[in-house]
Design a protein around this ligand. Structure first.
Ligand code: FPP
Length: 242
């Protein structure tokens, strides 16, 4: 029997912006702009459907290797999207937080990120995490460094290091792990997104390019999720007799 509890936490790799634009003879930046619109609709839908947490991959640690001009377009887009959307997010009771390494972002952007986080921090609705300059391996490394520091400073012994202490040092430690992981754009890989946190997530891959992804597509993913049985290492019989 599938577990019909809706996901509390959805994580999305928003892939396919570039291809969406190229297919239309447009510059890749047009795909990213359209991608912001798709994200707005998905955020509104999640807020309305009482999803607790939405985490989206906006810029990976590896994306710095893209052509300089595309990186600049993305930085400008993050800045303008934050400026234009922060008030509406606030009115919709959304808390916005960024995860990832903030070093390397233009200072105008880091200031805007900080202001947006402050403005929305006491909201009680959907928690929206934007992963920017984020990598799952980076996340695990920074957690290890924190724990190593604690050992060096005598706050922790090596034998006390366990899964829960590592989880506590990772991004998103304040919320439950993603139940549903979605990647648009036809690729079927995790691409260094939430490596530790997605250990038990249900993985949903679809062909739709991100700018085309709408709440109706998300509904379809939710229907698919409702048919999954989450076993967390147990047998079907154990789950069903519980
Ligand atoms: C992947 O498509 C998409 C990105 C690297 C950028 C995603 C960013 C947004 C949708 C904007 C989000 C904005 C805020 C403020 C959170 P791709 O370029 O890899 O597409 P391709 O695989 O077709 O080349």
């Amino acid at each position: 029997m599938p577990d019909t509890t809706p996901p509390k936490h959805i994580a999305i790799i928003m892939d396919g912006n570039g291809r969406w634009a190229t297919q239309r003879g447009l510059p890749r930046s047009a795909g990213h702009k359209k991608g912001v619109n798709a994200l707005k609709d998905v955020v509104k839908f999640c807020a309305k459907e009482k999803i607790e947490v939405l985490t989206v991959f906006a810029f990976s640690s590896e994306n710095w290797k893209r052509p300089k001009q595309e990186v600049e377009v993305l930085m400008d887009l993050f800045l303008s999207a934050l400026k234009s959307e922060v008030d509406e997010l606030h009115v919709n009771n959304v808390t916005l937080k960024f995860i990832g390494d903030r070093n390397g972002f233009p200072s105008k952007l880091t200031d805007m990120i900080r202001n947006t986080e402050l403005q929305t921090e006491n909201n009680s609705g959907l928690k929206l995490f934007v992963a920017a300059n984020y990598g799952g391996r980076w996340d695990i490394v920074q957690a290890c460094r924190h724990l190593a520091d604690d050992v060096l400073n005598g706050k922790l012994s090596v034998s006390e290091i366990d899964e829960s202490r590592i989880s506590d040092q990772l991004s998103l430690s304040e919320c439950s792990e993603p139940d549903l992981f979605i990647r648009t754009g036809g690729e079927q890989r995790i691409s260094n997104f939430l490596l530790w946190q997605c250990a038990y997530s249900e993985l949903y891959f679809c062909e739709d390019l991100w700018p085309d992804f709408s709440p109706a597509h998300l509904q379809k993913a939710l229907q698919w999720y409702a048919g999954r049985q989450r076993r967390f290492g147990l047998t079907t019989q154990q789950i069903e007799s519980h």
